[in-house]
Design a protein around this ligand. Structure first.
Ligand SMILES: [Zn+2]
Length: 336
């Protein structure tokens, strides 16, 4: 019998401005979140909203997030270094990656973000995602210092090195693992205090490891002019898929079957009821989902799933599944 999959939905709750900027920041998209969360509620999904500093300082936006929290959502932290004080560093592309900043400045920004979210939302966030996935060893040290328990910045199989000297996560585990400060974020530190819950990324054919090597080979600069990677993706030979409607279609995402084996038993305590919950997780498999376009995916998903199955105790026999009724009914922990 196929085991049910627990779907964790997380949303980078951030500025409207797609390109990093410090001035003219707007957050109008936050007005749409209640509608999105209503859809989640109907699907039995309790979402985690990773919020940026700029969202928290808009005095009309914070109450919207507080309302969602009151309805059961988890509020986490999302750090955009380029517009989170202190703004001591030059506004430069490489500095948009948190890991590239001095350790003390990473910590100072995280402390400011955490304090601002705490004031705006009335509770301390315990889960985190770095803007542009720019997590590094010093970022982990700062997260532990600030009391975070779960990070979800790692994107397995993906290197961001070409993007303003971002991190590489090639070689990172697909399942949850532990991180300690100052160490390579791809290497599990079994006694580390921070749980890493990587985003779900895989290839359209198992086993992912072998196809990842082929995909990387096709991606080398020498072969790039031949567009082999694009051809292989379109032909369905090998395609990298992130469980994210921001980057991949619902049709592709539904093929993403071989990446979810679930958290380690000792880590389940940190994963219930969102990324930063306190009680043991009821399910065996976890699939974090980062998305801005979730309504599209959710609508597609709902269209092929009966309401009887969504949110049932036994779970949906599908790679994608709304949370179980038991999980939904559980007391939502505060994030204080
Ligand atoms: Zn972001």
């Amino acid at each position: 019998m196929t085991e049910p999959t627990l779907l964790i939905v997380s949303i980078d709750t951030e500025e409207d401005n797609w390109r990093p900027r410090r001035d003219g920041v707007t957050v109008e998209n936050i007005r749409e979140l209640p509608r999105l969360d209503g859809l989640f509620q109907r699907l039995g999904v309790r979402a985690t909203y990773f919020s940026t500093y700029q969202v928290a300082i808009h005095d009309w936006a914070a109450p919207i997030l507080r309302e969602l929290h009151g309805g059961g959502a988890e509020l986490g932290a999302h750090l955009h270094p380029w517009n989170t004080p202190p703004l001591d560093e030059p506004f430069a592309p490489r500095n948009t990656m948190l890991k590239n900043l001095p350790a003390a400045l990473q910590l100072a920004k995280l402390e400011r973000l955490t304090a601002t979210l705490r004031e705006a939302f009335g509770g301390r966030p315990v889960s985190f995602r770095a803007g542009r996935y720019g997590l590094g060893p010093d970022s982990v040290t700062a997260l532990i210092r600030c009391g975070y328990r779960v990070d979800s910045s790692v994107t397995p199989f993906v290197s961001w090195e070409e993007y303003d000297d971002g991190p590489t996560f090639i070689g990172a585990p697909l399942d949850s693992y532990r991180l300690a400060g100052g160490a390579d974020v791809r290497i599990p530190q079994p006694e580390g205090p921070l749980v890493e819950l990587p985003m779900s990324v895989g290839y359209n054919r198992p086993p992912s490891g072998a196809w990842a090597r082929l995909y990387r080979a096709l991606s080398t600069p020498a072969l790039r002019p031949l567009h082999l990677r694009g051809i292989a993706s379109r032909a369905g030979i090998v395609k990298r898929i992130a469980l994210s409607p921001e980057t991949d279609s619902g049709a592709d995402v539904s093929l993403d079957r071989d990446v979810h084996r679930g958290p380690r038993p000792r880590d389940r305590a940190a994963l219930r009821n969102g990324l930063g919950g306190r009680d043991p997780a009821p399910d065996r498999a976890v699939a974090p989902l980062r998305c801005r376009g979730l309504p599209l995916l959710a609508a597609r998903y709902a269209a092929r799933t009966t309401s009887r199955r969504v949110g049932s105790h036994t779970g949906v026999r599908s790679p994608l599944m709304a949370r179980t009724e038991a999980d939904r009914a559980a007391t939502f922990p505060t994030t204080r």
